[in-house]
Ligand binder design. Structure first.
Ligand code: PLP
Length: 353
């Protein structure tokens, strides 16, 4: 605390990202990155961009990228907003679309950045408990609200809400915006983008950090009707006109155009996830059904924090959340390569004789 801090900063409770340790030979399964590198076409596009044009500002509207995203999803470019990672897109959505008189609603177990944005922008929120089996129950969200946001699949539970349930929510909740954060949808979910044409209150948020292996490039986007997109643009242009640099724009376009590489990477991650789930189950873990590139699992007898610490001693890093209390027994484990998952299972076999 410093006397120079503003009142706003004094009251902040910032998000704590998963560690990025600088150690070699680490089996890093803690931040849901893709274990496979980006498409070679992305690397080439980024290389091409490293030239004289870097002295010029990038396209403030990211037109080529928005066109590539629009083509990918079968929507128009005016329905696409891009940002510096989906975290930035989400931040703008909180200020532009979720700050109203009524509290916004999100699950009690969810992406822990949501309450942080509420703190930053002074937005009231109400946490809606997941069911005992960690599912979102749409009926629980049918109350007056200033907006609704949840990830699908949810994080850190990895559980998927059926598209028919999302549509049921949209039918009942027409007076405020519903943000569906689809950071992990490419690993087994069905996207709600197809509902955007019918529901003007729907905003769907995606990232290139997970299924496109580009967490380091920082590109995310939102799809919604032009009215919602315009609200996001108004915030962006009141904050930073050039959120995506030339590398990010060029690399993201190349990633979206390499469909074959994307399909293959997702297929490999899903296959490894299913094998990992089976092996963890055989070791006495309860693993929630996952539609993401991570699993959420608790051992029937062993404490989550203790297991995470023991794995760490063996250079394997997974994520453990102390709060809320009902998820403390769980570990969130990113799906790595086959070899990384083998290393995890071998270590667990030593720890769980
Ligand atoms: C549910 C969810 N949404 C959004 C993000 C942010 O992703 P990025 O800012 O890398 O696009 C994450 C990152 O882990 C996430 O888990």
């Amino acid at each position: 605390m410093s006397r120079y801090w503003s009142t706003v900063v004094r009251g902040l409770n910032p998000y704590v990202p998963g560690e990025q340790p600088k150690l070699a030979n680490l089996v890093k399964l803690n931040t849901n990155e893709n274990p496979y590198g980006p498409s070679p076409k992305v690397l080439e596009a980024v290389r091409v961009e490293a030239g004289d044009t870097l002295r010029l500002y990038p396209d403030p509207n990211s037109d080529k990228l928005r066109e590539a995203i629009a083509a990918n999803h079968g929507v128009g470019p005016s329905q696409v907003f891009v940002g510096n990672g989906s975290d930035e897109v989400l931040a703008h959505a909180f200020l532009a679309l979720l700050k109203h008189e009524q509290p916004i609603l999100f699950p009690d177990v969810t992406y822990s950045f949501y309450p942080v944005y509420c703190g930053l922008y002074d937005i009231e929120y109400r946490e809606i408990p997941l069911t005992d089996s960690f599912e979102i129950r749409v009926d629980d969200y049918c109350l007056p609200n200033g907006g609704i946001i949840f990830p699908n699949p949810n994080a850190p539970t990895a559980r998927l809400l059926a598209l028919s349930e999302i549509e049921r929510l949209l039918e009942r909740n027409t007076e405020s915006v519903v943000v569906v954060d689809e950071a992990y949808v490419d690993f087994g979910g069905e996207s709600a983008v197809g509902l955007v044409a019918k529901y003007p209150q729907l905003l769907v948020v995606h990232t290139l950090s997970k299924s496109r292996s580009l967490a380091g490039l920082r590109v995310g986007y939102a799809i919604g009707q032009p009215e919602l997109i315009e609200a996001l643009i108004r915030v962006k242009d009141s904050f930073n006109s050039y959120p995506l640099d030339r590398f990010a724009q060029a690399g993201a376009v190349a990633a979206l155009q390499d469909r074959a590489y994307f399909d293959e990477t997702c297929r490999k991650v899903i296959a490894t996830r299913d094998r990992l789930t089976a092996e963890l189950t055989a070791l006495g873990f309860e693993v929630l059904p996952s539609a993401a590139n991570f699993v959420f699992a608790r051992h029937v007898q062993r404490d989550g924090a203790e297991l995470a610490a023991s794995l760490r001693e063996r250079s394997i890093i997974v994520r453990h959340f102390r709060k809320p209390a009902r998820i403390a027994p769980f570990l969130r484990i990113t799906v790595g390569t086959e070899e990384q998952c083998d290393a995890l299972i071998a270590a667990l076999k030593e720890l769980l004789p």
